[in-house]
Design a protein around this ligand. Structure first.
Ligand SMILES: *Cc1c(COP(=O)(O)O)cnc(C)c1O
Length: 217
């Protein structure tokens, strides 16, 4: 596919769901892609991107934003507490808030800076032991904890288990967001972003369908 074909498919999914195109942000996931592919998408005017490693992103984006102008950059991979400072310097949105220790670190940085990136709580909807994210049964309490720290929690994010039907995971995330008053839902990747839009996604994270397959490793 390509950026244009993903945009076309996304617009059609919005139309089928009776939603406006403006209600869904397409995040182009640029992790480990060759620079020329990312620069082509920047040149086309696209401005929302996702990265899953702080260090990798810090090595690429300051140069790109100097050349192409500001972008809307989302952290979509796990965040170690000792990288929180670098992350808040670089990202406008952190989608992977998932534990009290990280919430405390972000709250301290927010105090110090008088500003904080927008935050999504990552929910491990499949309760997979190896995967980041708060467990579904702990989600409500964790959102309350983050809010008590005055953190700007604006949404929920999930990555369904590999090979599973994503629909029940998207529905579970939408339910968690609704009952916690979170207006944004980050769900849907290259293989399932149209379904995610049907089930209420406000942010879809699409990598390989825009840029091509990532190189292995
Ligand atoms: C890599 C990644 C994506 C994009 O995956 P594709 O299948 O290439 O679209 C989306 N979300 C997260 C959290 C990722 O790490």
């Amino acid at each position: 596919m390509s950026l244009t074909s993903v945009q076309t498919a996304l617009a059609a999914a919005c139309a089928r769901a009776g939603r406006s195109e403006a209600s869904v942000t397409l995040i182009a996931v640029s992790k480990v892609q060759p620079p020329d592919r990312v620069e082509a998408v920047l040149t086309s005017g696209h401005r929302s991107f996702g990265e899953n490693r702080v260090q990798e992103a810090a090595g690429k984006w300051p140069d790109w934003t100097a050349r192409f102008g500001a972008v809307d950059l989302h952290l979509i991979g796990p965040l170690q507490t000792n990288k929180a400072r670098a992350a808040v310097d670089l990202f406008g949105t952190i989608q992977t808030l998932d534990r009290p220790r990280l919430a405390n670190a972000l709250a301290r940085l927010a105090q110090e800076r008088g500003a904080c990136p927008d935050l999504f709580v990552q929910v491990n909807t499949g309760a997979e032991p190896q995967k980041a994210g708060v467990l579904p049964r702990d989600a409500d309490a964790f959102v309350a904890t983050a809010r008590a720290l005055d953190l700007p929690v604006i949404g929920a994010m999930c990555i369904p288990p590999d090979g599973a039907d994503p629909a029940p995971h998207f529905l579970m995330l939408a339910d968690i967001a609704r009952r916690n008053g979170l207006p944004n839902l980050s769900m849907g990747m290259s293989g399932d972003f149209e379904l995610a839009v049907e089930l209420g996604a406000t942010h879809v994270r699409v990598g390989s369908a825009i840029f091509g397959e990532r190189r292995p490793g």
